[in-house]
Design a protein around this ligand. Structure first.
Ligand code: ADP
Length: 476
């Protein structure tokens, strides 16, 4: 364990050099509450130095052939897969998810690098005759320029990979600001990209405990051309307001409040299986985690009984701890408040003794409509179940939120599935499937869950600008 930690750079990556910070902060292991190591605490001056480096490298990097950019990403993918165990250990140490889930995250993140490595050579343009025939319309696409990538703690490898991949493929330079809880995996990922051949200055990394203080001067600086953020909706709103000052291009992956709908004609066993994934993956600490379970009254008894049995069979120490005490007490308070409002506690719900920030898989039924647990992101292993009796009722309830990231729908009726898929107001839908994340698919939300998409055929466009050249066609 300590050998893995020893190898991780603990400084700030600026212009291809890891340098120490003026101060440091402690990174904690959430399973024990103990310190893992100390990392440089970036300042506004460090952030501006990183922008200087990104700006200085931009023109040269944009001119590097697409195949070369793509091969850097492919090599980085291969290196990550070779070192999957080492990366998984690092993720488990600083974030808490199980080794199996951490390995799955490394693979998922690496696949984004591979996917965008393949996209780098497929950036194309168009040529056409203008409407009136007097001009030729040439449309080309160019890198948007230096980017600021702000990432959360819940997937410390996959979240930066999902942004770095398309930025590198498009020919952009960047500054990554990892979450303060999980800077180590990002630092190790940056090292892998350098080893894979990424030139100095293309990728700069500034860990910090003062996110707002270092991002504000960057967002005000006209050299920065793009902000990509994954995190909570309140912080996303704030950053979008700041980005307005320089009319900065933004991609926003914000909060979710996913409904998980089980219709009366569903395969209940499959729905329980899907619910386990959609609820417990990442310890429930995911924007795509199922947040509100809507189960038809005819199958609610069977679904709940089977879900409770499955949830109770998961040992809390195997599932992993919550990220910190703040998150754990927030989740515990949400559960207690819902029970006090009349819901029944069917599993879990009690904070275990001992070190670390563990909270057990928990099931609540009879959740009153309008309860805070149905309006807010739980971000923990808690399934809050309500029943419904009609399709119209459940569609209204599912869409009754400012969020619109993902919904999960279990039904075997094809017509119903089509009807409901068209009416659900979310950017992604898991139809008879509890898992939607896929590098080849557009990940992102509607409404206040965000702007833009990551992955899929259009993912690289977030990092490209269109440029149109009107060419005079002359006279025959
Ligand atoms: P979470 O509640 O999951 O920690 P946040 O939205 O607070 O989600 O954090 C996501 C990322 O945004 C982290 O990297 C965090 O440091 C950063 N962040 C939080 N507040 C701000 C802010 N005011 N300005 C810029 N970045 C911020």
């Amino acid at each position: 364990m300590s050998a893995v930690l020893d190898r991780v750079p603990k400084g700030l990556l600026v212009a291809g050099r890891w340098r120490p910070g003026a101060a440091t902060f402690v990174v904690e292991n959430p399973a024990t509450g103990e310190a893992l190591c100390e990392v440089a605490d970036g300042t506004p001056a460090d952030a501006l130095a990183a922008l200087d480096a990104a700006d200085a490298a931009q023109r040269r990097w944009a001119a590097v052939p697409p195949r070369v950019r793509g091969e850097v990403l492919r090599r980085a993918h291969d290196l990550l897969m070779e070192r999957i165990d080492e990366f998984a250990l690092l993720i488990t140490l600083e974030m808490g998810k199980s080794r199996a889930e951490a390995r799955a995250e490394v693979e998922y993140g690496a696949h984004y690098l591979r996917w965008f490595g393949e996209e780098a050579v497929r950036i194309d343009g168009t040529w056409k005759v203008s409407e009136d025939g007097t001009a030729r319309v040439l449309v080309t696409r160019q890198p948007v320029g230096p980017c600021l990538l702000i990432t959360p703690w819940n997937a410390p490898l996959a979240m930066p990979a999902r942004k770095i991949g398309p930025a590198v493929a498009a020919g952009c330079t960047m500054i990554v600001k990892p979450a303060e809880q999980t800077p180590l995996t990002t630092a190790a990922l940056a090292e892998v990209l350098r080893e894979a051949g990424l030139p100095d200055g293309v990728l700069n990394v500034v860990p910090t405990t003062r996110a707002a203080a270092i991002t504000e001067p960057l967002l005000r600086d006209g050299r920065l051309r793009k902000l990509s953020f994954t995190g909570s909706t309140p912080v996303g709103r704030l950053l979008m307001a700041q980005a307005a000052g320089t009319v900065l291009r933004t991609s926003m992956e914000l909060g979710g409040n996913a409904p998980f709908i089980v219709c009366e004609d569903a395969d209940v066993d499959a729905a329980v299986e899907g619910a386990m994934t959609a609820k417990l993956r990442n310890i429930g600490e995911a924007c795509i985690a199922a947040n509100r379970f809507h189960v038809h009254a005819d199958v609610a008894g069977e679904f709940t009984r089977k879900l409770v049995a499955r949830m109770e069979s998961v040992a809390v120490t195997v599932m992993g701890p919550m990220i910190d005490e703040r998150q754990r007490s927030r989740v515990a308070a949400l559960v207690d408040e819902t029970v006090a409002a009349g819901a029944q506690l069917r599993a879990g719900g009690v904070v275990p003794d001992g070190p670390g920030y563990f909270y057990p898989p928990t099931v609540l039924t009879g959740v009153p409509s309008g309860a805070r647990i149905s309006r807010e992101e739980i971000f923990g292993p808690v399934a809050a179940i309500r029943t419904f009796t009609s399709e119209a009722e459940v569609l209204h309830a599912a869409n009754d939120t400012e969020f619109g990231l993902v919904s999960y729908l279990y039904t075997q009726d094809l017509n119903r599935a089509l009807r409901m898929v068209e009416r659900l107001e979310t950017g992604m839908i898991g139809l008879n499937r509890g898992y939607v994340s896929d590098p080849s698919a557009p990940f992102g939300g509607m409404k206040q869950s965000g702007v833009g998409r990551e992955g899929g055929n259009s993912g690289i466009n977030e990092y490209l600008e269109q440029k149109y050249v009107a060419i005079d066609a002359g006279r025959a």
